[in-house]
Design a protein around this ligand. Structure first.
Ligand SMILES: C[S@@+](CC[C@H](N)C(=O)[O-])C[C@H]1O[C@@H](n2cnc3c(N)ncnc32)[C@H](O)[C@@H]1O
Length: 411
């Protein structure tokens, strides 16, 4: 064999070009999605296929000819994946590929292949492809691990590669999740790592702020002086001001920006000033905090719906937009945010309109953080339980039979 040179990396633009895949087993199943995503004109030749590959054929994503490989199959191909279970057929197909100058990968013999599939991953408009330098040094697990390290690093912001042409200025309204720093989305974390200014709420993953490089200006939203403005207006103005200075601004919020998070108020203010903005969804405390405390908001045979409501004003308060009597008639789960102070009135109203006094209730304070705690009660006893156990905001209150379906996780 000739002295071994490193493989030459290249990106094939396969849109509309004929790609022949021999064999419909596990290898094809793993490789086909990327070929489909590349827009290739895929011809699968194989007597059998896995159910997933068959579904791709049924869905029109490839053309399947149900027979074994035959000489001539590779004649018009630009690229071939040879992955039958029959080594002799693979050898013959390889020889044909060589004759027709078709680049081919081989599942059974990397040495005999004329192309190798790199371990690939994507992050924000970049494809990362990792190849080993030589056949002798081939270690697919290592290349996959290198790929993972790069892609995960780019996604979570631990590997910072600033965008020079497309760096996002303007404002990103980022949902930070319920509090545990691991529960922010990878996009949110990357935007944080790329920010010049972060305006953060009290709720959410505050630990992440400690990790930011020193040049990032971190502003506590609660401490923005608002003088003649409302507090929210002052926050909007701060977002607009920093963005207009050409800075990348992250507005970091607890949970999801659009679940009682005033995200849309900020988006409207930014839009009115012509400031570009994006919204990054977050894991809302309304689902994740009960889950972290061992409570599913739905459970087969127990609750087929869950309703998330704000309890920041009492049911008899004229500012309340919640139809509590109607909620009392539902059988499913009620999740109340911002309701600790008013839970006595809420429980009374639910009972008065038909919900059983014995309905289980759980209060989860500071869910997903080191300080998480859960207090259980019923609609009848919940007000007293809040007093006795000194439950304080932030807490999520779950009302319904789902509270008692699971095992209580260790405190
Ligand atoms: C203004 S709302 C914001 C909700 C947030 N946008 C979300 O999607 O989770 C604040 C309320 O969310 C709930 N909350 C948020 N994070 C919480 C946490 N870690 N533990 C318990 N409750 C939480 C509390 O009911 C709190 O009063």
């Amino acid at each position: 064999m000739a002295a071994e040179h490193p493989a030459y990396p290249v990106g094939l633009r396969l849109t509309g070009r004929r790609v022949v895949v021999l064999g419909g087993g596990q290898v094809a199943q793993r490789r086909l999605p990327a070929l489909i995503a590349a827009g290739a004109d895929i011809h699968l030749i194989s007597p059998t296929a896995t159910p997933s590959v068959e579904a791709m054929a049924d869905g029109g994503e490839l053309t399947w000819t149900k027979r074994p490989y035959a000489d001539g199959d590779l004649a018009d191909a630009w690229y071939a994946l040879i992955a039958t279970g029959d080594h002799t057929a693979n050898e013959a197909a390889s020889a044909e590929a060589e004759r027709h100058r078709v680049w081919c990968v081989r599942s059974d013999d990397a040495d005999a292949a004329t192309a190798w599939t790199p371990a690939t991953g994507r992050s924000e408009g970049v494809t990362v492809a990792v190849l080993t330098t030589s056949a002798a040094g081939r270690d697919p697990r290592h290349t996959a691990a290198v790929r993972d390290a790069i892609v995960e690093g780019l996604r979570d912001g631990t590997l910072v590669a600033p965008h020079h042409r497309t760096r996002a200025t303007g404002v990103s309204l980022v949902g930070g999740g319920p509090g545990d720093p691991d529960l922010i989305t990878v996009r949110g974390r990357r935007l944080l790592a790329e920010a010049d200014v972060v305006i953060a709420d009290r709720l959410g993953p505050r630990d992440l702020l400690d990790e930011l490089p020193p040049h990032v200006e971190v502003i506590d939203a609660a401490k923005i002086p608002y003088g003649r403005f409302m507090a929210q207006e002052a926050i909007n103005n701060a977002l607009i001001e920093h963005a207009k200075q050409g800075k990348a601004v992250v507005r970091l919020k607890g949970g999801d920006p659009y679940v009682f998070g005033r995200g849309m108020e900020e988006a409207i203010a930014l839009e009115a000033e012509g400031v570009p903005y994006t919204v990054v969804p977050g894991i809302s405390s309304s689902i994740s905090v009960p889950g972290a405390a061992g409570i599913p908001v739905t459970h087969r045979g127990v609750a087929h719906e869950f309703t998330v409501v704000s309890g920041h004003v009492a049911p008899d308060d004229e500012r309340s937009l919640v139809d509590w009597p109607a909620l009392a008639k539902l059988r499913g789960t009620l999740v109340v945010l911002m309701g600790v102070d008013k839970i006595g009135r809420i429980a009374e109203t639910l009972i008065a309109h038909g919900r059983s006094a014995g309905t289980p209730v759980a209060l989860i304070q500071e869910g997903t953080t080191a300080a998480q705690r859960r207090v259980d009660a019923t609609l009848e006893t919940v007000e007293e339980a809040v007093r006795t156990h000194e439950v304080r905001p932030p807490a999520v209150i779950v009302i319904g039979d789902v509270v008692t379906v699971g095992p209580r996780p260790a405190a």
